[in-house]
Design a binder for this molecule. Structure first.
Ligand SMILES: Cc1cc2nc3c(=O)[nH]c(=O)nc-3n(C[C@H](O)[C@H](O)[C@H](O)COP(=O)(O)OP(=O)(O)OC[C@H]3O[C@@H](n4cnc5c(N)ncnc54)[C@H](O)[C@@H]3O)c2cc1C
Length: 481
């Protein structure tokens, strides 16, 4: 350490002074490095995906074991420090970083162990989705993970988790068998449906409010390794026809078929004919993970749409499908999203979506629908805190622009207004993992609906002083109702 004391943010907004002796006491108790600005690894550790996040911690610990986490949690608790946790750093609200606080960067904890016979994967909290898919697909197995392979498993799972396999196997947390977690009192606990069952219930959707997860154990399913899918797109001028077809075929689609419909401007990519670059299009991102002999039948309603301007649908490794959209969401751009869950695709929701996209001033915006439903609708509403068991679609307005965009304020305002026009179609629920920094408790409550009060009770039991508050926070003092 180059200075004898440092100032670090306290939990109640105060400044806490730490001496180099106190830091050395922590450093000697952990295997992973304790970093200050300018140290090797600092820039990578404090980088998060959304360039709009302008916060920096004062101190970073990169734990390598659960015991490192115990030491750090105890240190933060005893000194009253503001603590944050980074998994993959992909959260749009940037909750991995608390300004001026102590951050635990879990990226060194990237182990994955697969038990193919038991159909289980034990996953370290620093893993990105690709690390898990790579390890499990080696055995022709997979669990439910998201669409961009650079996303962190930890944050995705703790908020619920959705992806191409959700219709078959439910939310990611429906496939979570067990966690090892360090709670605010510094204990390393195992939580599953039998042991610490209240804690296990809460972390399955209630996110990062209850401790630091140091291991996830997921149930696996046979998937691929070859599936059918990719991208197909048509001119936006055909939006009415495409949206109506989507409304019809998603009502009857087999669970093995997951289709994300998105309205966007075509990227200047080599697979898009040049005359379409920058023009408005209707695209579908498709994954059919069932028996390949049944592809023709499953995809018939999509092929019946004829004359696409891009058709990249084909057999491919599941793992490739899980990463082919990575380049569409580059790290460092500014992102502002608003999303809702829908119980159905009404005619009005489709025409509103079409009109919104026709008016959208943001060149790199996406508005669309993700088909969910299926297995997730079959669980009881209180099977895990994640709730939203009535969701059959997710819809969202996603704005993206460069850091120096002069119209950023206008774009942000537009996303906000567009969201107001989509809200009347919502179930009332929304996905906690897509919430932006300006969404507060008034928005967090409906995420959990009737599960919210129970989450508060579990929070009071395991984190009464709200040590874990750099997140979509469930306050221990939150009032019932
Ligand atoms: C481009 C992009 C695509 C996405 N696609 C999908 C998708 O297909 N499906 C989907 O479900 N979601 C998706 N998401 C949302 C994603 O699930 C959330 O952004 C999630 O928070 C990311 O997790 P992370 O670990 O990368 O994030 P981080 O920012 O590192 O962490 C998110 C939150 O989790 C907490 N946390 C991290 N690790 C731990 C831990 N070990 N213990 C306790 N708390 C922890 C952090 O404190 C933080 O509050 C996407 C996000 C992006 C940016």
């Amino acid at each position: 350490m180059s200075t004898s004391t440092i100032e670090i943010a306290g939990r109640e907004g105060e400044r806490v002074r730490l001496t180099s002796e106190q830091l050395a006491e922590l450093a000697v108790r952990v295997e992973g490095p304790l970093l200050r600005p300018g140290d090797d690894g600092w820039d990578e550790a404090v980088l998060v995906w959304n360039g709009m996040v302008a916060r920096t911690p004062a101190l970073v610990l990169r734990p390598t074991t659960a015991h490192d986490v115990v030491a750090a949690v105890g240190f933060a608790r005893d000194h009253g420090l503001l603590l944050s946790i980074k998994g993959g750093g992909h959260n749009i609200a940037g909750t991995a970083i608390a300004e001026g606080g102590l951050m635990l960067d879990k990226s060194p904890m990237r182990h994955v162990t697969v038990e193919p016979d038991a159909r289980l994967a034990h996953v370290g909290p620093g893993c990105l989705l690709k690390h898990v898919d790579q390890a499990t697909q080696a055995h022709g197995l997979a669990t439910v993970l998201g669409f961009i392979s650079e996303t962190g498993v930890a944050g995705l799972t703790l908020g619920g988790g959705l992806g191409y396999l959700t219709r078959r196997f439910g939310w990611t947390v429906d496939n979570l068998e067990e966690v090892e977690i360090v709670t605010a009192d510094g204990n390393i606990r195992t939580a599953n449906r039998e042991e610490n069952a209240d804690l296990f219930w809460a972390i399955r959707g209630g996110g990062d409010n209850f401790g630091v997860v140091t291991r996830f154990t997921f149930r696996l399913h046979e998937v691929g390794p070859t599936v059918y899918g990719g991208l197909i797109a048509w001119p936006f001028e055909r939006a009415d026809e495409i949206l109506r077809a989507y409304q019809t075929f998603t009502a009857e689609a087999p669970r093995e078929l997951a289709v994300w419909l998105v309205l966007l401007r075509a990227p200047a990519a080599p697979f898009v004919p040049e005359e379409w670059h920058g023009k408005r299009i209707c695209a579908m991102s498709v994954c059919y993970s069932g028996d390949l002999d049944d592809v023709d039948e499953a995809l018939a309603p999509i092929w019946a749409l004829r004359d696409p301007i891009v058709d990249l649908l084909r057999q491919q490794p599941y793992i490739q499908l899980q990463s082919y959209l990575d380049a569409t969401e580059p790290k460092g751009n500014h992102y502002y999203w608003k999303t809702e869950y829908l119980a159905e695709l009404s005619d009005d929701s489709l025409s509103t979506t079409r009109d919104l996209f026709a008016e959208c001033p943001i060149p790199e915006a996406q508005i669309g629908f993700l088909h969910l439903g299926g297995a997730l609708n079959e669980h009881a509403w209180d099977d895990g805190a994640v709730g939203n068991r009535d969701a059959r679609f997710a819809t969202g307005v996603n704005g993206m622009w460069e850091p120096d965009e002069p119209n950023a304020d206008t774009f942000r305002q537009w996303v906000h207004e567009a969201w107001q026009r989509l809200r009347p179609f919502s179930t009332g629920g929304n996905y906690i993992n897509f919430q932006t920094a300006d969404e507060d408790e008034a928005r967090i409550r409906p995420t959990y609906g009737a599960n919210f009060d129970r989450l508060v009770q579990v929070k009071r039991k395991y984190d009464p002083d709200n040590l874990f508050r750099a997140n979509r926070n469930i306050r221990p003092q939150a009032r019932a109702g």
